[in-house]
Write a protein that binds this ligand. Structure first.
Ligand SMILES: [Zn+2]
Length: 259
């Protein structure tokens, strides 16, 4: 039987309200706290992934996830602040969230392809179990991209982004804005199929590997260091569309990632 030790008011701001049941949005919510529970636990009780929280105030004072909870506390929880620097206020580890290497969730294949078009290092695989995603994220310092809040609530995932937008174009903008990635774009550097690095290759040496009808687009071809796929100019865009539908749903983890 759960033993409740205290009661607090919780208020969640901005995008965090999207995770709440309608009756709890945009207002303080009175909630009982089990004995020994942390702030991190209580935030998860509301269905909010800890990865989406940038700032907690306990009675208007910055608090970390393990801050001791007392009866009558007013807990205010905020999402990421974008370009506004609130780092002096932050008590939560691993903040602010920065990085341009990712591991994308099952349903984000098109987003993965679009990020690769911009030159970002994105792993994507239909068969990653939660535990493997958490492990890869930690070992390779990758940010988990997901539209599954329960995946991000996984206690071993420390760096993640819940993707609110539905369309891939809007998803890219959401990530670019949240992580301030505009300076990190490196187009034509990343294989859309396997996430390998692209390098220049002599056009004459790859002529027989390019369909005759497309050779006009391959005056300055690029070759993937991993899968040897050839890209060139407009053909890169064409392959991106193909990749969105055909390749991003393939198993990619077996391919070596030359990063
Ligand atoms: Zn490749």
């Amino acid at each position: 039987m759960t033993v409740y030790a205290s009661f607090q008011f919780y208020q969640f701001y901005a995008e965090l309200n999207a995770f709440l049941v309608p009756s709890n949005r945009q207002r303080p919510v009175f909630r009982a706290c089990p004995k020994g529970a942390s702030l991190k636990h209580m935030i998860k009780v509301f269905g909010i992934p800890h990865t989406e929280v940038d700032l907690i105030l306990a009675n208007e004072v910055s608090a970390g996830f393990e801050h001791p909870i007392r009866s009558g506390d007013l807990i205010s929880v905020y999402p990421y602040f974008g370009m506004r620097n609130v780092s002096p206020l932050l008590m939560i580890p691993f903040r602010p969230l920065r990085g341009d290497r990712f591991i994308a969730d099952l349903h984000l294949g098109r987003l993965a392809a679009q990020l690769r078009m911009l030159g970002f290092d994105v792993l994507h695989d239909n068969h990653y179990p939660d535990r493997e995603i958490a492990g890869i994220s930690a070992e390779e310092n990758r940010i988990v991209l997901s539209r599954d809040r329960n995946r991000l609530i996984h206690k071993k995932i420390e760096r993640g982004c819940f993707i609110h937008a539905i369309s891939p174009d809007e998803q890219v903008l959401e990530i670019m804005n949240r992580l301030d990635l505009s300076q990190n774009i490196r187009p034509f550097t990343c294989c859309l199929r396997c996430n390998g690095l692209l390098h220049d290759v002599d056009a004459c040496s790859v002529t027989n590997r390019v369909p005759q009808r497309s050779r006009q687009y391959y005056s300055r071809p690029l070759e993937c260091s991993n899968c040897r796929n050839i890209y060139g100019g407009l053909a890169y865009d064409s392959d991106a569309r193909t990749s969105n539908s055909d390749h991003c749903n393939s198993r990619e983890r077996n391919l070596p990632i030359s990063r």
